[in-house]
Design a protein around this ligand. Structure first.
Ligand SMILES: NC(=O)c1ccc[n+]([C@@H]2O[C@H](COP(=O)([O-])OP(=O)(O)OC[C@H]3O[C@@H](n4cnc5c(N)ncnc54)[C@H](O)[C@@H]3O)[C@@H](O)[C@H]2O)c1
Length: 270
């Protein structure tokens, strides 16, 4: 039921903290994995690692905000593997310039370019990839799309205004596309999202860890205090949910957002 042998999975942001773990997890479940990333070096290293472990892996450079690059990648994946069954939209993240700070950057000062950048990366980047790869799924009548949401989507986290708005839009888009695919194309095309709790990645490290002191920032400590399991997640904590959503094990599940958060979203703090 959870076996992905022979399925072809595409992972955008495939060399990121979570994306790389997803690529490894999908390969271990038997999938052929196409890793999409912007930077050549980490891409080549991860592709070689997966191949070394016996997986069928293909590394392709693509920016998720450039439809022509996504289209070119899709054509190469189709030529190489013959089909696409799973899309994991793991490209995303925040950036410091779009984050309110206590002293120098209030909400009123946030530059429009930074806000647009973060919104586009998290919302439009997943939508464009779903357009490109979803078309093949529609033609074959099967597929699974998995978006990466966030705790910020349910109730916005302080300071990260564009990121929170974009992830909320991504939840809405996940439901929208689930309905569209099931009704207009095939009930065997499912669209879901995972909302990770707090995992240390390059995009949020500066908010959670004080690099100079090597301690948690006030925000990092607050997160731990509000996570009943009292730790940050590790990327491997997400793999079970990913494989469930990608495989036939979740064949009647579409349009949902699954929190994987150590209890963060269940806890009132009291
Ligand atoms: N780490 C967390 O705690 C956490 C929590 C909730 C949600 N998420 C979400 O999970 C996803 C993965 O996060 P992560 O922790 O692996 O972040 P990460 O920064 O480690 O990885 C993101 C990857 O996306 C790539 N990327 C950025 N812009 C891109 C573009 N335009 N085109 C293609 N690739 C691009 C980056 O180069 C990077 O490799 C993101 O959507 C993030 O918002 C992460």
């Amino acid at each position: 039921m959870f076996d992905l042998t022979g399925r072809v999975a595409v992972v955008t942001g495939g060399t990121g903290a979570l994306g790389a773990a997803f690529a490894r997890g999908l390969a271990q479940a038997g999938a052929h994995v196409a890793i999409l990333a912007r930077r050549a070096e980490p891409l080549a290293a991860l592709t070689a690692e997966l191949r070394g472990a016996g997986a069928h892996a293909l590394g392709l450079q693509a920016d998720v905000l450039d439809k022509s690059q996504l289209r070119a990648a899709a054509e190469q994946i189709l030529a190489h593997f013959g089909h696409v069954d799973i899309l994991v939209n793991a490209a995303g993240g925040n950036q410091p310039q779009a984050t309110v700070t206590p002293d120098e950057r209030t909400f009123f000062d946030l530059p429009e370019e930074a806000l647009t950048f973060v919104f586009n990366l998290n919302w439009l980047g997943s939508l464009l990839a779903a357009q490109i790869f979803g078309r093949y799924m529609a033609a074959q009548g099967s597929g699974a799309i998995i978006n990466l949401s966030s705790m910020a989507a349910f109730r916005p986290l302080t300071r990260v205004v564009a990121y929170a708005s974009a992830k909320a839009a991504l939840n809405n888009f996940t439901q929208w596309l689930a309905v569209y695919m099931a009704r207009e194309h095939s009930p065997n095309i499912r669209v879901n999202a995972i909302a990770p709790g707090f995992f240390l990645g390059e995009q949020n490290r500066f908010l959670l860890i004080d690099a100079e002191r090597g301690t948690l920032t006030e925000r990092g400590a607050q997160i731990i205090a509000h996570t009943p399991m009292a730790r940050f997640g590790t990327p491997d904590d997400l793999i079970g949910t990913l494989i469930w959503l990608a495989s036939d094990a979740s064949r009647f599940v579409t349009g949902i957002v699954v929190p994987v958060d150590g209890g963060f979203s269940a806890y009132s703090g009291v």
